[in-house]
Design a protein around this ligand. Sequence first.
Ligand code: C5P
Length: 298
Amino acid sequence: MPEEGLADAFGVTEEARAKINLALHVTGQRLDGYHLLDMLVTFAEHGDRLGFLPAQADAFTLSGRFGGALAEDGGTNLVLRARDLLRETVGALAFPVHIHLQKNLPIASGIGGGSADAAATLRGLMRLWGTRLPEDALAMLALKLGADVPMCMESRPLIARGIGEKIEPVPDLPAFAMVLANPLKGVSTPEVFRRLATKDNPALSLAPRVPNTADWLAAIDAARNDLEPPARELVAEISAISAMLQASGALLTRMSGSGATCFGIFATMTAAEDAAAALHDARPDWYFQATETVSGGM
Ligand code: C5P
């Protein structure tokens, strides 16, 4: 369904922006097995889109480049889990709803597609059902759906600590011109965490104020994604895709989340769009998407 089509057909629409881990440091592990992380996170203009409409009975439809892949992956649909969990919480207000998901983001790809969809579902259904939860209750409900869902509720630049639930906005993070690149090989997040050699790496350390984009790039460059080495062991293409981004003029490249998506930051959106087009010509079977990220002062 084209963008305008979604807005015309569904009264309430929500963006589920791709989540980009500019840095991800693994600093420890909780007794329940979850890892303690320090993350610098931003969000892309590009993402999935969702529409919500009152209906006689609950319905769920899919479109978009990766809609087919999600349909085959029934057990992991976070949109339906988010709908059911919110309904349990708000009770009689929660009339039946038709939810449409335009799945533009590859699944199991380290850019939080499922988490962003779950967060967008919570936001969209609260609007449709005319209800708001207290901030604490909403944050707990989001965390129940996944460690990345609370930050996707925000969808603006932030630092997340704990397992992802301790969130601080980063208002001075600028927008970046970016290319997202994925070899369309899904990665199992638990498997990447299991392969980590060390779990108590140095924390993320950022100056209290970073004055401009060049300094931000230097600060991000000095940070890491600790999940990149184990993910590269699982998916050999990550090394190739990162080298391709670098060769096409990226100022900085890194893997996001548990992979396999890598991002390249470019000097301008024109440079990013040209690089994405050339990379697509070289590997039409992979995913390359130029996108601007949101700025902290949005
Ligand atoms: O919370 P979510 O469902 O996104 O996490 C998927 C899996 O990734 C968890 O079951 C856990 O194995 C691993 N994980 C972790 N530490 C985190 C987040 C996720 O070990 N902070």
